[in-house]
Design a protein around this ligand. Structure first.
Ligand SMILES: Cc1cc2nc3c(=O)[nH]c(=O)nc-3n(C[C@H](O)[C@H](O)[C@H](O)COP(=O)(O)OP(=O)(O)OC[C@H]3O[C@@H](n4cnc5c(N)ncnc54)[C@H](O)[C@@H]3O)c2cc1C
Length: 387
């Protein structure tokens, strides 16, 4: 939903410096092995992995691909935080979640390398800090949790931010990238040899028979299997939406009068984050935070708060971009990835602001399940675990 945000752009930086796509609408009378509903990181990556493994696929996107939540992101590819997961779920599950993230992280790097994708992948450290010394125990607990899971962390006294913080944990060798450049490159590999990307084609329903018939506003398409990767699941036989809580978050892109350090930064107490991205005018600093309910009357309130926060922390020269989007958080904090109660229909959602690795992970798990291969993470993320 577009809102009046005064003179603010309310449009993601990732959309600004990338070409528009122009894939056709659905052709009638087609049959593919797998129809994938939704052209964000989950849908496009799933299509790519399945096509590479010899399946025919059709991505069906209601608008244009890579234009929704996946361009709302700040695209930090990180290992995440584990203290809460460790206390809530125990060591075995927390370790499996960490392992799954590591695998997905490596898969993204492998895809980028093998396909020669120029998406500004940059390896750099992630710092998780608090501003108040009194809350230093939170970063210490986070450090101990990560250490217990064998993750590559260190505990440091000083963070290279231009303002004072408490001690922090530092993950070396994390990454950031340009999500739209990455996914547009992947999407170009999908059409051909019986596979397709269709845009401006809204999936409305799936009729279940021996084959599945995906009903869209442009007619229907037959498929053996269907993956629902529409973020908000458009086909939801198991009422998964009852276990998904939406949260909106805000991003501003600004230039500073001072050099910003190389790294990604997360304030574990307030959930504000920082990263930079290169532009012709120098490094644009992306500052994110100020969570709100999904539908707020006035997003300006949150943009103003974020601008004020940024001005209190950085020597702001100009603020060029504003955007916001939302993600779903599940009841137990883990994503919903796998087969629904309808045989041959799969779902990927509930990424909890961690969708770069988790969207990739969902593609890995679902493509394995579709091809009848075992996947060690399938049980952990089973979408039916709350039933
Ligand atoms: C402000 C913000 C910052 C974030 N920062 C990070 C970060 O730094 N690192 C990280 O890992 N994660 C981050 N995330 C989370 C991450 O961006 C998301 O988890 C991820 O992009 C979700 O991807 P998706 O493919 O599920 O959804 P989407 O990208 O929304 O893709 C779903 C697609 O389905 C389409 N669709 C919807 N309905 C239909 C229909 N009926 N028929 C056909 N198509 C349909 C939509 O048009 C859309 O293109 C952030 C999120 C936000 C909002």
């Amino acid at each position: 939903m577009k809102q009046n945000v005064n003179n603010r752009t309310d449009s993601s930086f990732w959309l600004k410096n990338c070409p528009a796509t122009n894939f056709p609408k659905l052709e009638k009378g087609l049959k593919v092995d797998v129809a994938i509903l939704g052209g964000g990181i989950a849908g496009i990556t799933t299509a790519k992995l399945l096509k590479d493994a010899g399946n025919t696929v059709a991505v069906i996107e209601s608008d244009r691909i890579v234009k929704d939540v996946t361009v709302g992101t700040t695209a930090k590819i990180t290992m995440g935080t584990y203290n809460v997961l460790l206390s809530n779920l125990g060591k075995i599950k927390a370790q499996a979640i960490a392992n799954a993230n590591i695998k997905a992280f490596h898969k993204m790097v492998e895809i980028i390398k093998n396909n020669n994708i120029n998406c500004e992948l940059h390896r750099l450290p992630l710092y998780i800090y608090t501003e108040s010394q009194e809350k230093a125990n939170e970063t210490l607990d986070e450090f101990k949790a990560a250490k217990q899971l064998g993750l590559p962390v260190s505990y440091i006294g000083e963070v290279p931010l231009p303002f004072e913080t408490g001690p922090a944990i530092k993950y070396d060798n994390q990454a950031q990238f340009h999500p739209r450049k990455y996914l547009l490159a992947l999407s170009m590999e999908i059409p051909g040899e019986g596979s397709y990307v269709f845009e401006k084609t809204r999936a409305n329903n799936i009729i279940i028979g021996e084959n599945k018939e995906v009903i869209t506003d442009q007619g229907s398409i037959m498929a053996d299997k269907v993956v629902v990767a529409t973020h908000n699941p458009v086909f939801d036989p198991d009422k998964l939406k009852n276990h998904l809580s939406p949260a909106r978050s805000y991003v501003i892109g600004l230039y500073s009068n001072e050099e910003f350090p190389d790294g990604m930064f997360v304030d574990i107490e307030t959930a504000h984050t920082y990263r930079t991205t290169p532009t012709d005018e120098g490094n644009l600093i992306l500052v994110a935070g100020e969570h709100s309910p999904l539908n707020v009357d006035d997003r300006n309130v949150y943009y103003c708060r974020l601008e004020n926060y940024a001005r209190q922390h950085l020597n702001v020269e100009s603020i060029k971009y504003h955007w916001s989007n939302y993600d779903y958080i599940t009841d137990d904090g883990l994503p919903l990835i796998g087969m629904t109660s309808v045989e041959g229909v799969y779902v990927a959602t509930g990424f909890g602001f961690w969708g770069m690795t988790t969207g990739t992970l969902s593609a890995m798990v679902i493509s394995d399940l579709i091809m009848g291969k075992e996947n060690q993470f399938a049980e952990l993320f089973d979408p039916l675990r709350f039933q």
